[in-house]
Write a protein that binds this ligand. Structure first.
Ligand code: SAH
Length: 361
């Protein structure tokens, strides 16, 4: 990490964000730079104080160390551009500017049991799902772990209270940015950091099967959520191009193994698209697909996304849900939070540098 830090400095003359470092790495760095080990712990404490915005606020560090930190690292990468709050005040959407000018969004959701934050993991997305707007401007770049972490830090600062849960369901495909997302999960759950337990982190994926196995090998306790959206390959491949690389058989096998390895129940997200996947035949196929596996299906009323897709009407959703229940499938209906401010599922967009976007105008 230390080498990486200098490489970055030499190559592109941009300082690394200190939030990318794990405590052990920061400790190593302190020792190499001739500072005592305990300084790393002190710095780490400051980093988890969301009100700290400059190294000068780290008042128990000697001036020499503060100068060293200023010369070596950035502390902040994200600038808050805009904030929108939904009419019912349950959801707040943030527009953040990255150092390269790209813009991303995050959402803060208030539930009875506390706050959740939904973070983006990439600028744009490569998945190209037919119903989703997040990837409409294509893929630009991965977010660094610190850029994902800072979304949580700033949301917590805004909320003025602890964030209890993180969902990786904003812009991007988390498993397509594996290294940074894995690092983020360690950083955010670190007891010396924000201390949001891994069981309170949900990672949603379009189904990158090889990466699901990679995640399993890390032995994290993260909840896996699969964007399923169709119960057969023909339909799923039409809606989600990733299904042509890894089909449902491979995907469900990976989920079973994930469950066996982690004992974490896997959830399956299923957007209700009118006339596309909301018939009772689809419900029966879904039951068959998930048979013998403690899966949980989360039905999502489709939010206005790409043209050509309509949300199923409430009556159809009810019937679909009832049919699944009768078949013995565990199913819940997701409450659509924040759709009036385009902060709901599949409505977050990235704005490529210099681009235009309607959501905040
Ligand atoms: N790429 C990951 C993470 C994004 S999560 C994934 O696909 O899971 C965003 C969630 O919102 C996904 O489940 C996605 O399928 C869903 N979504 C996309 N467009 C939507 C829409 N128009 N209405 C409701 N949900 C949508």
């Amino acid at each position: 990490m230390w080498d990486l830090c200098y490489n970055k400095l030499n190559m592109i003359n941009v300082k690394m964000n200190i939030r990318n470092l794990k405590l052990a790495e920061l400790t190593d760095l302190m020792l190499k730079a001739g500072f005592p080990k305990f300084r790393a712990w002190q710095i780490y404490k400051w980093l988890s104080d969301v009100s700290v915005v400059s190294f000068d606020q780290m008042t128990n560090l000697p001036l020499g160390l503060r100068d060293f930190l200023k010369q070596t690292f950035n502390l902040n990468s994200l600038t808050l551009q805009k904030v929108l709050t939904s009419r019912d005040e349950s959801t707040t959407k943030f527009l953040f500017k990255l150092p390269d000018g790209n813009l991303i969004e995050s959402a803060l959701m208030k539930y009875k049991y506390g706050y959740s934050v939904c973070v983006s993991t990439q600028v744009g997305c490569r998945m190209g799902c037919a119903f989703c707007v997040s990837g409409m401007s294509g893929f630009v770049r991965n977010l660094e772990a610190s850029e994902i972490l800072e979304q949580v830090v700033l949301a917590q600062k805004f909320a003025g209270t602890r964030i209890g849960r993180v969902v990786l369901m904003g812009i991007g495909e988390p498993l397509d940015n594996f290294e940074n997302v894995a690092r983020f999960s360690e950083l955010v759950s670190s007891p010396e950091g924000l201390n949001i337990g891994q069981r309170n982190i949900t990672l949603s994926t379009a189904g990158l099967v090889e990466r699901i196995y990679d995640l399993m090998r890390l032995k994290f306790q993260i909840t896996l959520s699969i964007s399923l959206h169709a119960p057969n390959d023909a339909l799923r491949s039409k809606l989600m191009p990733v299904n042509k690389t890894w089909d449902l058989l491979q995907l469900i096998a990976a989920c079973r193994e994930y469950f066996e390895a982690t004992h974490r129940r896997v959830s399956f997200e299923y957007i209700m698209l009118s006339g596309v996947n909301d018939g009772l035949k689809c419900a029966a196929e879904l039951k068959k697909l998930l048979a013998g596996f403690p899966a949980h299906v989360n039905l999502i009323p489709a939010n206005s996304g790409r043209r050509g897709f309509k949300a199923s009407d409430p009556q159809t959703i009810k019937m679909f849900q009832k049919h699944l229940e009768d078949l013995g499938v565990q199913v819940t209906l997701r409450r659509a939070l924040g759709s009036d401010i385009s902060a709901a599922c599949g409505q977050m967009r990235c704005i490529v540098q210099g681009g235009k976007y309607g959501g905040f105008e």
